[in-house]
Design a protein around this ligand. Sequence first.
Ligand SMILES: Nc1ncnc2c1ncn2[C@@H]1O[C@H](COP(=O)(O)OP(=O)(O)OP(=O)(O)O)[C@@H](O)[C@H]1O
Length: 286
Amino acid sequence: MSTPAAEHVPGLASADGIAARARGLTKAYGSGETTVLALDAVDVDIARGRFTAVMGPSGSGKSTLMHCLAGLDTVSAGQVWLGDTEITGLKDRELTRLRRDRIGFMFQSFNLIPTLNAAENITLPMDIAGQKPDQRWLDQVIDTLGLRDRLKHRPSQLSGGQQQRVACARALASRPELIFADEPTGNLDSRAGLEVLAFLREAVDALGQTVVMVTHDPGAAAHSDLVLFLADGRIVDEMQRPTAEAVLERMKQFDVIRAQSDGEGGGGGPSAVGAESGSGSGSGEK
Ligand SMILES: Nc1ncnc2c1ncn2[C@@H]1O[C@H](COP(=O)(O)OP(=O)(O)OP(=O)(O)O)[C@@H](O)[C@H]1O
């Protein structure tokens, strides 16, 4: 599936064009000498109706950023909004409800319930919440994902790709404002991975969903509209209309900089990264 051109210019979208926003988002783990600064004053806007990928070296803060944006983790400083709702400062119960009602999640491990069939797995979060699915929407999701003839199958009777499609349908079922996908193709072979990426793309293009995906795979990132590059807890670059080759080239620069800073005895901070970057836009949140 081809990736359509991104019209969105990060940082310039109108307020209602932003699905999630962070300002000065800082997350430290531990205390004293063992403190790890996982996120260092990150400013980011996630555009509504777009597919955003988050990339960066291992330990750069990708999962932490996703968890803080999704209200799965508390922040040390800064503010996070989902739409117009500031989620920093919400109580646990309010956060749980907000996640349940407004966010969909897809993880590397599909997290399907083995004793439930595909249809039951898809609607489980809504059933638990006592919500009735919008049947027309659900039908559209099931047909878009090609799951119609698999609904009565249990996870063990489905291939890995089909299981991930069920997980994708489950994330979409309640028509959430925002879908977070953490390495959604990590456990799949390349063909099944491509299928899932095509469906996420379709969820954005045909169903108008907003997707944020953390990935290590330049080929996966190439399905997005915009790639945000993290290094040492900061967004150091971004690339619109990414191609796998351009993303790979950009990622190689991280390795070069890391090798250089290792050679110098460490200390190559984010400011050392990300000057020129091929197709990077150079604008927006840095
Ligand atoms: N619960 C935790 N306690 C202490 N440190 C943590 C915790 N979670 C993450 N970190 C640290 O925060 C930093 C960012 O971690 P994070 O998992 O967000 O990185 P990542 O980019 O997602 O990495 P990977 O690509 O390896 O999954 C790392 O240095 C990590 O060791």
